[in-house]
Design a binder for this molecule. Sequence first.
Ligand code: ZN
Length: 284
Amino acid sequence: MRKLKPYNEDSFEFYEAVVNSKKNSAQDPNYKERLQAHEALISDKFDDYDEGFDDDDLVSLVNHGFINQDKTDLIKLYSYKSKKMQKLKIAVTTTERNRLLSTCQNCTISEVNSFDHFVNKDEFPEFSVHPKNLFPSCTKCNSYKGQDWRDQGQLTYLNLYLDDLPEEQYLFVDINIAHDDAVSTKFYLDNPHDIDDLLFTRIENHYKNLHLCKRFQENADTVITSLENTIRTYSDKLPIEDIIDLVLENAERDIQYYGYNYWKSILELAMVESDDFLEMILND
Ligand SMILES: [Zn+2]
């Protein structure tokens, strides 16, 4: 997981541009007028959001309480496929190396194909197209996330526009080699390096609610097979110690780019530290 840089232009201008892109239809000839009637109020609400975002205090937001037609109108503003949303996605997923980060950073497994509303849009329809409330996400994470975003005054999920992830290791994996050489993995979280309790609890909730450890396990085979192939390819040409060094160096580079506790790198490091795993490959 890595942080993304949030939208850095005026949030309310983004909202106005989305409203302007909407058209009245024969079935609904007053849609735009209804939206425009709320502009002053939405502008105030956007200020509240921006302030909460700048102070890292989104948890304290109070909703306006839009209901019925007004709520439907505001939620309808959001459409992932619209031009404005696609432009936003490109803006926030372009890295410092000018590449597009196409993998969902909530899980680092699946492709981005939606926006997660960090503050949920059912409770806060006023923020359905607030650009800092939209985080590029896969639909799997989005569907696991549901409505809950805060609990007893604490945020339930990591906000990867705001949260600095710890550099200490908190994701671990056990590797087991069965008699038939089948490799199985068990990912888990632990806090042996004393990461701040509040942050570690948020990390735990994020991983638990999005079923990340189970999803890493389900996707582990591609990483295992790829590492097995690398080791086998080099094993005729280099001593095993040198191959391990190369794997470690490569994992370190990935961690620099994809973030500390990147599950693929954690798995690679655990594999080359496993005597059983190396023995299985080299004796094959
Ligand atoms: Zn995801």
